[in-house]
Ligand binder design. Sequence first.
Ligand code: AMP
Length: 456
Amino acid sequence: MSDYSDFDHFGLDLRLIEAVRAMGYRRPTPIQSKAIPIVLKGRDVMGAAQTGTGKTAGFALPILHRLLPHANASMSPARHPVRALILTPTRELADQVADNVRQYASHTALRSTVVFGGVDMDPQTQALRAGVEVLVATPGRLLDHLQQKNTSLGQVEVVVLDEADRMLDMGFLPDISRILNLLPRERQSLMFSATFSVEIRKLAAGFLREPVMVEVARPNVTADTVRQELLHVHESDKQSALLALLADPQLPQVLVFVNTKIGARRLARQLQREGVNADAIHGDKTQEERMKALEAFKSGGLKVLVATDVAARGLDISELPAVVNYDVPYAPEDYIHRIGRTGRAGAQGRAITIATGADDKAVAAIEKLLKRTIDRSRIEPRPVPRSRRRGGQDERQRRAPGAASAPASAPIDEFFLKPYEPAAPSAAQEPLPEPAATGKAAGKVRVPALLGGSRR
Ligand code: AMP
């Protein structure tokens, strides 16, 4: 398959090319080079593409191109039936895909909208009733709208199952089947998945017709733009290790993964108490709260976003320098999804996993899946001076993760002597000044023992 070195060679409509240029895309990514010509031809596609490869444009640009003959400025909803349906597992991913589609189509008369649960149905209903050519949706909310006859799928020409593996993980198979039954049999179908389980293959066999396999990295292989490291620590040193990492000036923003909603809430609170500008997104938060935290993180107003796998699914945060696995994921595939949040679209990223002895099995399973070992970074615990031990410290000592990498010969960092400034009431809105970080030996992280280790 030939590689296309710029967007002009696909034969895409100039209005689409103009839009991607305006978004700063210079060259197609490998998945785009491969997928765009095939989708343009109308073939079904099975895409083995991990997050961050640019797969959204890989399917959205050729879909929009194929729909352009239908573009019209009529006010009549009947002239704007849904012709492309893009199903995603999470609200955040739906929102991001829809945002991309809207931008790609911005110089055309094609209409698009997004529907997902957790928010008021009315504005979605209005948009659907006005008519859209491209509909991005999560399965549950789409079924609600279909039941209320707010839209119909009888004229869909192309359907995309994005992040199909996660759809199955989240138990969407029955919903997807119901939706697929409402689509015309004659259609183009595309499916993207980062991993390839037996279930995914089964779904693909029923859903796709003579698909072309489009693969940019072998399935289950992580982006090679991500430097992966493993920090082995004692359970009680996990938080200290994280604080040490956060003091690294090369990690101005970090997405931190945990395994549970409670864990996300707790860790965000603990970090806030340490003076770190952190917030959490997880399933128990309202959609508005999740969006607000995500926006704060995207705009750089939030240093740390603590997330569960489900909540973080599909997050597109450009140039995210690092992902930290505060908990080793239960499923090795989740490791791949998590670290796909950094090193996106060619940018260099770091993925640091904090593991304890209890995680040895899970780490071994990840390495088996990766077919490689993850580089070990060493931790150098230092004795905790009496005055700074837990219970013997005051607030100004608490909010100084920057001290973590102070040289051992200079145990008292000037920073600790500064007056305590209370954290802003809403950590999500008011960025706190980060403590000036001191040097860090390459590949090594020191536990901020001076801070008294983990605190509740
Ligand atoms: P995706 O894998 O589709 O979520 O895309 C990951 C990120 O890469 C998004 O922020 C896209 O806007 C961006 N992106 C996609 N294609 C390109 C490209 N050809 N050049 C630069 N950035 C891109």
